[in-house]
Design a protein around this ligand. Structure first.
Ligand code: HEC
Length: 169
C-alpha cells in the first residue's frame, strides 16, 4: 500500500510539478524581483551602477546610492524615473540631465519652469532640490526642499545613475 501511494505522488510530481507545491523547494519564487521593474528593462547590475557612480564628477562619485534611493522616496509620489515611464503630477525624469528645463514633450509645465532657460545639470538640480520655489518662483512643484547638502548629493548621484546620464567622454 505504502509503496503505491508514494508511487502515485512521485508520478504526480513528474507530470505536474508546478501544480504541487510540495514537489519543488524553489517554486513560487520568493518575491526577489522588484515589483515595479518592467519586464523588458535591460538588466543593470550593481556592478554597472558602481561603475557609473565612479565615473561621475566629484563630489557625486562619492555619493551614497542607497541613501539617494531612500531620499527618492520624497519624489516618487510625483515622478517616475524609468525610461518611458509615465508623467504623473510631475514629468518623468528619465534623461533629465542634459535636458532643457521644462522641455519634456506632452507635459504641461508652469511658465516658470518652461521659461527657465537652462539645461539640467547637477548644479542646477542641487539648487532646485534645496528649495524649488525659491529657485524658480511660480513653479507648480509643491515640494519644500531637501535641506541637507549631503542628502542632495546622494540623491543627485542616484538620479544620474538611474536616469541614463552619460558623462562626457
Ligand atoms: C508633489 C509632487 C512633487 C514632488 C514630491 C516632487 N516633484 Fe518634481 N515636479 C513636480 C511638478 C508638478 C513639476 C513641474 C513643475 C513646473 O512645471 O513648475 C516638477 C518638476 C521637476 C523637475 C523639472 C523637470 C523638467 O523636465 O524640467 C525636476 C528635475 C524635478 N521635479 C525633480 C524632483 C525631485 C528629484 C523630487 C524629489 C526630491 C521631486 N521633484 C519631488 C512635482 C513634484
Amino acid at each position: 500500500m505504502r509503496t503505491v501511494k508514494l508511487g502515485v505522488l512521485a508520478a504526480l510530481c513528474l507530470t505536474a510539478p508546478l501544480a504541487i507545491g510540495a514537489c519543488s523547494k524553489d517554486d513560487g519564487g520568493s518575491g526577489e524581483a522588484p515589483a515595479d521593474a518592467p519586464a523588458s528593462a535591460p538588466k543593470v547590475t550593481d556592478a554597472d551602477k558602481a561603475a557609473a557612480l565612479a565615473a561621475l564628477p566629484a563630489p557625486y562619485n562619492t555619493g551614497d546610492l542607497s541613501n539617494g534611493q531612500s531620499k527618492f522616496a520624497f519624489c516618487r509620489s510625483c515622478h517616475t524615473i524609468t525610461e518611458g515611464g509615465p508623467d504623473m503630477t510631475g514629468p518623468n525624469l528619465y534623461g533629465v540631465f542634459g535636458r532643457k528645463a521644462g522641455s519634456k514633450a506632452d507635459y504641461k509645465y508652469s511658465e516658470a519652469v518652461k521659461n527657465a532657460g537652462f539645461t539640467w545639470d547637477a548644479e542646477h538640480l542641487d539648487k532646485w532640490l534645496s528649495s524649488p520655489r525659491e529657485f524658480l518662483p511660480g513653479t507648480k512643484m509643491t515640494f519644500a526642499g531637501i535641506h541637507d547638502a549631503k542628502d542632495r548629493i546622494d540623491l543627485i548621484a542616484y538620479l544620474k545613475v538611474e536616469t541614463g546620464y552619460k558623462p562626457a567622454p
